[in-house]
Design a protein around this ligand. Sequence first.
Ligand SMILES: Cc1cc2nc3c(=O)[nH]c(=O)nc-3n(C[C@H](O)[C@H](O)[C@H](O)COP(=O)(O)O)c2cc1C
Length: 196
Amino acid sequence: MSMHSEELLPEIENRKSVTNWRNAPIRSEHWDLMLEAARRAPSSWNHQPARYVLVTDREHIQRLSQSLHRTNGWAVNAAALVVLAATPEDDDRVAGKDYYLYDCGLSMMSMIYQAQALGITSRQMIGWDEEQVKGCLMIPSRYRVVVITAIGYVSDSLASTKLADWKRTLTGQQKRYNAQHTVYWQRWGEGGSSLR
Ligand SMILES: Cc1cc2nc3c(=O)[nH]c(=O)nc-3n(C[C@H](O)[C@H](O)[C@H](O)COP(=O)(O)O)c2cc1C
């Protein structure tokens, strides 16, 4: 019998950026798994540029939240804010393209799917003042803040889940381009399953 599933992974199927969290800290064994997932991510020449600052203390979350764009005020309710910082010097630049950003994205995505498997939902953010974030967390000046991800255990209240899903639908968050728009086969502009 094949060990390979022919279906989309549940973590991919179910992941969504929602912020209806339960008021519970992230368990330490769950941190271990998420951080291991992030650590195992591939990177160009194995440079591993991602550095994480994990903000879990309520007082620190509140302080960091002051550096966020006002539309990201919901983040103050997260169980933790995961701040991903990196410096371009730690990774490749090829033809003007800085790969530290790509490699950091791989690491964060890996963490997010592991989190999802543990019942932890996440919402990434780029709406914040970088200098304020760096100042607040004492991140050295040569590092760039790449993304901040708010995480928490998803609420088990049906009403809050419905509201989160309704908000998501209202803002069209679940929408994706279909493959005809983003995927070509053999050559740019060519499509159709007959070309596979
Ligand atoms: C790099 C990045 C930055 C984002 N920045 C914000 C943000 O500042 N505020 C916010 O509410 N959501 C932010 N999001 C969440 C996106 O809006 C969300 O991922 C997108 O609408 C797709 O929805 P889904 O993740 O539920 O599938 C960000 C997501 C990514 C990947």
